[in-house]
Design a protein around this ligand. Sequence first.
Ligand code: COA
Length: 260
Amino acid sequence: MTFNTLLTEDRGAVRVITVNRPDKLNALNHATLTDLHAAFAAAAADDSVRAIVLTGAGPKAFVAGADIAEMNGLSPVQSRDFSRHGQALMTRIERLGKPVVGMLNGFALGGGLELAMACHLRIAADTAKIGQPEINLGLIPGFGGTQRLLRLAGRAATLELCLLGAPIGAERAMQLGIVNRVVPAAELEAATFAIAEQLASAAPQALRGILDAVLIGGESPIDVGLDYETQGFAIAFSTEDMKEGTGAFLAKRKPSFTGR
Ligand code: COA
């Protein structure tokens, strides 16, 4: 599959999806959102893909936001559709059922932070700048930022980032729980792929059970969430990977998970 606004590449069982508009700091226009929808749908449907890395092309940006030039010409009705298109993409990524690692190689602003927050883990270069600057445009976040930042970092940090609009550095983002790891920029790729390869060699149904229990069950009353957990736990017992994982432990050897 080829895309006008993305690059995709398979490195073993890790699919790399790169937003590729570096001259616009990888800003998310309608076409990019549409391509990302298709790229993530394809990754979800392909059993050979067991983990995904999402990043931005060029040395400066992960994604510097929704495309301001495109938004400038939208009617209210079109902007509602744009918001829904973006929100649906973030939900698709969050609920993909396969682990997605955001590799934050620079600016992750506005829609860029919203895209990063839809990923399951975020690894940031120490040079990354992170924020929800929409207020500076007379706007509010429209791709889920008010809701996902609230869940990741709490009300105080969310209100600070959204109301003041000033980007923060990667270290402060880690203190606030917005990113999982901060590494020197030169080590970002190696650190990210070490994690992605670990995920790609884990048992896929167990990963899916965790993702669904946390991301879907976690949005429900606790009894419903606990039921998601029980269902995922029980489904794992139907897999060869569970027999392999427990058997390998008992035989004191390393497990090899095949996805069956
Ligand atoms: N939408 C559309 N175009 C964008 C963009 C965005 N969100 N962010 C950057 N660009 C474009 C710039 O317009 C510029 O295009 P041009 O060369 O045709 O003029 C190009 O990307 C490079 O950006 P530039 O501003 O020159 O880079 P910089 O290093 O001076 O500044 C930023 C980097 C990130 C501080 C600055 O680009 C910026 O503030 N971007 C908008 C961030 C934002 O508000 N995001 C939320 C949107 S809802």
